[in-house]
Structure formats: C-alpha cells, structure tokens
Design a protein around this ligand. Structure first.
Ligand SMILES: [Zn+2]
Length: 566
C-alpha cells in the first residue's frame, strides 16, 4: 500500500463541489444489459473478512515476508480458503500457485565519491546517498564514470520530447530530476500545460521506476536521481527505507541490462554536485522544463562499489478461478488483485500489515464467496489473485503481468484492493487516476446506487496510480482500477477523513502498529467492497470489454495487444 501524505487539496475540492449533498454526475451508464442492482447482489460477510484479517495479521504469520515461514503459512491459508469457497485452481497446471523467482540483494554501505580534477566530494551512505544494484552479482561499481545531467531523463514521442537529443550516454552516470517536466500552459503561465505530461497529474515518465528503466535502455552505468520532496511525493526518509535487502525478478541476463548502480542523492548534495561542475541547480532545472533542453556533461566523475549479499527464493502468487457461464465469454477474465506480502519482522517487532493488505486478501476470499452465491455464474470468468512482493516494488504482479496464466488480450480488467477505509461510512469514494478507463464509469454507477459520489484523488501530481499492483496490468494495456476510500465521513466533522489519514501515515503505515484495532468501523468498508464486487460482476456481464479513455497513456499498448491477438 502506498502512503497518503497530506491530501489537503481534496478537502477544498470536496467543499468546492459538494454544497450540502454530493450530486452524482449525469453521464450515460456503461453498456450493461444484465444488471442486478447493487442492493440485490449477494452480501459480503464482513465478520468473515475481519476474522481472516485477524488471522493473516496475527503474530503467527510473522509479518508475511516473501521467502520466510510467514510466506508459507500465508500461502497455505489462502489456498485453503479458496478451496473452501469452492474455487478452481487458478493456474492451468492444476495448482493454486504461480511460482515467482526472486533475488534478494543486500548491499554493504558504501560512499559515493565525486571528483573533478583535484576536487573531491564524498557522499555518505544513507545520509546523502541511497544506492543499490539490480545486478545479480557479488559486486557492482561505478569507476570514475562521467556524470551527465539529463534533466528529467524523459523520451516521450507523443509529446515530442527527448531529453537526450541523440547524446550517447553508454557507460556514463545519468543525473536526473524526478517527476515530469513541468511545462507551463501556453495560455496561462501560472498553470501546467494539461496537454503535456498530463499537466499537474504525474505520468509514468515522472516515476522513479521509469527513470531507471530509461537509464538501462540507454546503456547507462549509473542513474542518480536528485531527490526533491514535492516532486517525489515523499521525503528522503522514505528513500532511506531502501538501504536494506531489496528483491527483484531475475531476468535471463541476471539483470545485467540494468545500470550497475541506481540510487538517489539528497537535494542538498545535488546542488553541491552541480556547483562543483560550475553549474547552477535552479538554472538547469528551469532549462530542463523545456523541449530545447540538451544534456549537460558535468566534467565530474562518480565512483562507488557495492558488495552484495545475494539469495534467491521462489516466492508465490496465489490464484483461484471462478468459471464464467457464457460459452463464448468464459475464456475472458476479470481479475481482482490484493497483495499478501508485508515486511516480516525485525528488531522493531512484527509488521502485521492488517490494513496493508491482509484486509485486501480477506476481501478477495469473501468476495469470491459472494460470487458463488449469484443466481447464475457471471458470463466471464473471475480470477482472484493474491500477489507476492508488492512491498518490494510490485514484483508479484509484475511477474504475473509479463508471464500471465491467461492471455492479456482476454484479460478484460484488473480491480485492485490495497487501500482501505476502516472508519465508517462515507459520502464519497476516491478513484485514483479517475477518468482513465470505462471502469471508472462502472465505479461511479455502483457508488451512485449507494448515494455516493466518486472523485479523483486529491494529489494526481504524486502519481499514486503507479504505486500499486494494478499498475503492472495497466502497463501491459489491461484497463485497471485503483479505488481508494472516501474522505467525507457521515456524521463526522469535515476534517475527520484527513485526520484519520494523517494518523494512519504517522502511526501505522509500514509500522508494526498496523493491526486490527478495536475501534475499526467496517460499515464503510462493507460499502466499498460491495462497489468493487458490483464493478467486477457487471464487467463480467457486459457485452463489451471496458476500454481506456481516448488519450490515456496505456491505450496504445491495449490496442496493440488486442490487434496482436486477432
Ligand atoms: Zn504497503
């Protein structure tokens, strides 16, 4: 689960548009000829959801870290529950398991040394620099690698944008800014151009994962991002959480196609580095927001050697299938995802991960049960997928999406459940990246039947859409929904939602204290889960597959996948 830091703007948005009662937006309903009203769909047993959550987040499950005893008991529990519900094995090999080979790499702390002539600047591990390697090797290093500032490091043909301008950066170390290039709106310079990189909203080009991907494609030896709290969406302390063991998938080339060293440096060190190069951070940052920007060789070299501890493990995705009832459509799948993994245990204690995301797995089980109680099976099949290693960088879902059990062209939607409201009923429901696909219309309709209003997340600039498992489906073109809880609590003061969110971020998010609490109020959770159920059910029933909305960044991929399947 991603954290939610200070969505103040949402309060403004809600009070600006709500007046006294939220008004559902009048738009045509999605094509759906066989609709059961949400109130008449089989109910979901929230006591059962709560009791699964208690079990999965109990001490006996040891924080559910991949490759530990915690994984074993978790996977066994999920498989057992899916069997009890009466679901079929989700893997075509007759099992409920998809093996996910992972490598765990732990670097020993090392400094990053920058040199220009006789001048030298040493960045301290963790305080100034956080770096790692994805190479499956005992050492990875930069050896006096030349630094090049490449602005935002973006190549986006659809925006006619290329920060490299043909410069060969093979073997060099790229220094980049995070987020999308902030391009002003030509008609209003105080706003960002909505036609370029989504305006205020962050596109995939803005995510740190993209930066390392493009660095690898360009053959760079290293990629260093200059951290800025605003554009990144989180403080450097979050980056510092990455100094320990990191897991990754293993490619046939042992990830040698990646840059040897990937990492972040603090803004302060970024400024010092550019000063050392005779440049000015703010001036370069300004240039980087233009199409005319050209990469700037800094005349500085970087050296760093990481010694790694390596281990490989076979982790597991758990998957279970409910067969569709329509002979033509049953080969098509609606996928529900939640992640079973969490952070395990350390000196601080057991990371229970009750909200994150034991509750999601519990909901998968009980939603599956509700699907079996429909008067007739849905037309399309439903896949319930509990993935591993979300907390390690969405790895289980990545593995499924690039090694799918069922063809992506036949995978009609992913509905992800990794963000919860446990504080009572709300007048609203948040859809991260609202407007991305037809799934949002389904969500709007279902929530509307409960008298609730849907809206986008308050901080599209933080790119939350790219931060949970549904994103791996989106990347492969599958329309994917990323719902989040509401913010306007019935019978509570206007700032209650924000208070609950702040409390979560400060006290429980990714901490051992994420446990089932006696004060949890599941009445709002019940409504949310019911909406997710209605969406999946109706998508499974509809004549037409859901699509990305025109202009969406994943639409081209979907079109290509569907065309390739014909
Ligand atoms: Zn999480």
């Amino acid at each position: 689960m991603r954290s939610r830091i200070a969505p103040v703007a949402l309060i403004a948005l809600l009070s600006a548009c709500s007046g006294s009662t939220p008004q559902p937006v009048a738009e045509p309903a999605p094509p759906d000829t066989q609709r059961i009203p949400i109130g008449q769909l089989p109910s979901i047993d929230m006591n059962a959801v709560l009791s699964h959550t208690r079990v999965l987040s109990s001490d006996a499950f040891e924080g559910r870290a991949p490759g530990t005893k915690g994984e074993e008991v978790t996977v066994n529990y999920l498989v057992d529950q899916f069997k009890r519900v009466g679901l079929k094995p989700g893997n075509t090999d007759g099992t409920y398991i998809q093996k996910v080979p992972l490598v765990g790499i732990t670097p020993t702390p090392a400094p990053l040394v920058l040199r220009k002539g006789p001048a030298q600047q040493t960045l301290k591990w963790k305080d100034d620099v956080v770096a790692w390697t994805k190479h499956v090797a005992e050492t990875a290093s930069l050896d006096n690698s030349e630094l090049v500032f490449v602005g935002y490091g973006v190549v986006a043909p659809e925006y006619n944008w290329d920060d490299y301008k043909g410069l060969d950066v093979k073997g060099k170390t790229l220094v980049m800014l995070v987020n999308d290039p902030p391009v002003p709106d030509p008609s209003n310079a105080s706003e960002l151009d909505p036609k370029t990189f989504g305006g205020k909203a962050m596109t995939y080009y803005g995510r740190w994962t993209y930066k390392y991907d493009i660095g690898a494609q360009k053959g760079a030896a290293g990629v260093l991002l200059i951290h800025e709290t605003g554009p990144a969406g989180y403080p450097f302390s979050v980056v510092q959480g990455k100094i320990g063991e990191q897991f990754d998938l293993i490619t046939p080339d042992k990830n040698m196609g990646r840059a040897a060293i990937e990492g972040w440096i603090t803004l302060d060190q970024g400024r010092k580095l550019l000063k050392m190069a005779g440049q000015d951070f703010d001036a370069l940052k300004q240039q980087a927001a233009t199409r005319e920007f050209k990469p700037v060789p800094l005349g500085v070299t970087a050296s760093m050697t990481l010694h790694n501890k390596l281990r490989t493990i076979d982790s597991k995705n758990v998957l279970a299938r409910l067969d569709g009832g329509d002979p033509k459509l049953k080969d098509e799948f609606v996928v529900y995802t939640a992640h079973w993994d969490h952070f395990g245990k350390n000196a601080d204690g057991i990371f229970h991960g009750a909200e994150d995301d034991a509750l999601g797995c519990a909901s998968l089980i009980e939603m599956a049960r509700a699907f079996t109680k429909l008067p007739a099976p849905p037309r399309r099949s439903i896949l319930f997928l509990a993935v591993t290693a979300e907390e390690q960088g969405l790895l289980g879902s990545q593995y499924y999406s690039v090694t799918p059990i069922y063809p992506l062209a036949k995978t009609v939607a992913d509905i992800n459940m990794d963000s919860w409201n446990v504080h009572g009923r709300t007048k609203d429901l948040t859809l991260v990246g609202y407007g991305a696909s037809d799934l949002d219309d389904y969500a709007r309709d279902a929530a509307g039947e409960q008298g609730r209003l849907v809206h986008a997340d308050a901080e599209p600039e933080k790119g939350f859409y790219y931060r949970s498992d549904h994103f791996n489906f989106a990347k492969q073109g599958v329309p994917a929904l990323d719902p989040d809880g509401g913010m306007q609590f019935i019978g509570q003061p206007a700032d209650y939602g924000q208070k609950m969110r702040d409390e979560w971020n400060e006290q429980r998010y990714h901490k051992p204290a994420d446990v089932v609490m006696p004060e949890w109020d599941m009445t709002g959770t019940r409504e949310d889960v019911k909406v997710f159920f209605a969406i999946g059910y109706r998508v499974a029933q509809a004549d037409k597959m859901p699509e990305w909305k025109p202009g969406n960044e994943f639409k081209a991929k979907r079109d290509a996948v569907l065309k390739g399947a014909k």
